[in-house]
Design a protein around this ligand. Sequence first.
Ligand code: SF4
Length: 273
Amino acid sequence: MIVLKAKNIGFCFGVKRAINMVLKEAGDSRQKVYTMGPIIHNPQMVNILKEKGITPVDDVLGINDGVVVFRTHGIKKDEEESIKRKGLRSIDTTCPFVKRVRKHALYLKNNGYKVVIIGDKNHPEVKSVLSYLDNDGIVLQEPLAIEAKKIGVVSQTTLDKGTFVNIVRELARNAHELRIFNTICESTEVRQKEAVDLAGKVDMMLVVGGKNSANTSKLCKVVQTVQPRVYQIETADEINPEWFRGLQNVGITAGASTPDLIIDSVERRVKNF
Ligand code: SF4
């Protein structure tokens, strides 16, 4: 069986940067290191970091010393304020592309636009951006008409282009003025495009990444448009040999927060069939 692996695979720029920053801090610092929520959406990597003393927490209520890390997807405005109020030292690993979403959203709000964030209202990145707008914004995951004269649009960085275009098209029906910032990050776009190309050449796709990872789920969604045989797995242990019966070739891609060691172990396992 031939195994084809996507070229753009494993940690993206933002995840690499965040992991390097937090590991450096844990190595240099004599203080405990806490991350506000999981630093990235990959449970296996978060466990590796825990073994190095880097602990995810939901809030800073019980923390009186140590270093608090703002995670890759960004934290909420009130969380940042409470960290400052407590006088805790912090490092900010928020991906610059996520900060770009926040910057454009604030610009739109300050210029009188009704801000629409296209994305998942339960995702930490969207919650973070909305909080810096003082919750004065609308989150859309599906096309919906909005009654506002001036509408300003940003998107979650890991959104797929198709969803973005469909929702913008619907907004354009009613708006007198529509200002759009396409804030889907380039790494997401490249990875999704490559995954679709690869999926068209193989009998089955494996998408490796955290079940809680938005960009991994989106990869599955776009791959399904050309290849219905797709399995999302977190580790090689989830692979079922039955999936491969009678297949000639298999493609592997992975989310932006999937460590190379997991991708390599998946590839090794598949090559053994
Ligand atoms: S997927 Fe894009 S926005 Fe998200 S962390 Fe990676 S580089 Fe940053």
